[in-house]
Write a protein that binds this ligand. Structure first.
Ligand SMILES: [Zn+2]
Ligand SMILES: [Zn+2]
Ligand SMILES: [Zn+2]
Length: 326
């Protein structure tokens, strides 16, 4: 496996054949009875029987050993696929989904996200730590047993890079965080806000890419999910996430969820030393949930341009009307 950079869009592509380690779906490799290997990185809660368990992915896209060793191939850039790839098993129970969990259980999953992000960011080789979840067959989930994945990469993924650049420019021009600006306006207009719990808000973004896209964000400014600010309480976030996922279930069983938090600023090579100067003020962590809803005008949904047949205002209104239960 290697990383190749598209010289025009500047996005990195993982290229090559993943190792064909034999991981049969049956019996489920994430069930406690099947997966007994001692490679566990983290158990939560720390005391008593575990609920969340983290270990290295069976077929990692990235390898933890070695240096990225960036090199040129003519005009092109390539580097080794150095990084980390972990699985977060969210529950020992095979059929229990995140949306069905109690708030304190969801909080343990969020806590695992935070602990792994903070730990992997201590490695200066890694520029970004991504936490994501593919739920349901249509989202390309690998196993039906509830799990999330973490990757630590020697590059910043493209969409994050776009966000970081845009947020930095907004801040430079206005000395305000663009995400704070967005959330203030959404709360004031109350058209696209779906729900809130404590400091956290769930809303359908103005330019939603897919029907029922929802973002979760703290109102208190904070660039790093892994280090909560005073006023943030992850139990509330867990509550809001559970409620949001249960609402979305009415429209789709499948979704992608991704955590967007600040990059690893330990990397200060070259131009980067100046680059992150305003990151604490300009960036704002959030969770993006992209449900997979079948659309009629499928031919328009080519990857280059998003076509969304449901206005976010309508989506938010329908989501608000659903009783999220518990
Ligand atoms: Zn299982
Ligand atoms: Zn902010
Ligand atoms: Zn984002």
């Amino acid at each position: 496996m290697e990383l190749r950079k598209d010289p025009i869009t500047r996005s990195w592509v993982v290229a090559g054949h993943p190792e064909r380690e034999k991981v049969r779906p049956d019996p489920c490799p994430l069930c406690p009875a099947t997966h007994t290997q001692a490679s566990t990185i983290l158990y939560l809660p720390a005391q008593g029987p575990w609920q969340v368990r983290v270990y290295p992915h069976f077929r990692p896209l990235y390898r933890i050993e070695g240096e990225p060793g960036r090199e040129a191939e003519g005009i092109y850039d390539r580097m080794a696929a150095t990084g980390a790839h972990e699985i977060i098993v969210e529950t020992p129970e095979h059929t229990r989904q995140l949306a069905q969990m109690r708030d304190e259980e969801i909080e343990h999953v969020l806590e695992a996200y935070a602990l792994r992000i903070a730990d992997l960011k201590r490695d200066a080789r890694f520029k970004y730590v991504t936490v994501f979840k593919n739920q349901g067959g249509q989202a390309g989930e690998e196993w039906p047993h509830a799990h999330s994945q973490i990757t630590a990469t020697t590059f910043v993924p493209r969409r994050i890079l776009y966000e970081l650049r845009a947020a930095r420019e907004w801040y430079r021009d206005r000395e305000r965080c663009v995400f704070c600006d967005i959330l203030r306006q959404e709360i004031r207009q109350a058209k696209r806000v779906v729900d809130n719990a404590g400091d956290y808000y769930a809303f359908c973004p103005y330019a939603s890419r897919v029907p029922y896209e929802v973002w979760l964000m703290p109102k208190t400014h904070n660039h790093q999910f892994e280090f909560p600010q005073a006023g943030e309480n992850r139990r509330n976030l867990a509550n809001l996430l559970g409620r949001t996922l249960r609402r979305l279930l009415k429209f789709s069983e499948s979704y992608h969820m991704v955590m967007h938090t600040a990059p690893n600023t330990l990397q200060t090579k070259g131009e980067l030393s100046e680059y992150w100067r305003t990151i604490a003020g300009d960036y704002h962590w959030h969770i993006e949930i992209l449900p997979i809803v079948q659309q009629r005008s499928k031919s328009y949904s080519i990857k280059e341009i998003y076509f969304n047949g449901t206005l976010p205002e309508e989506a938010a209104e329908r989501l608000r009307k659903i009783d999220p239960g518990k």
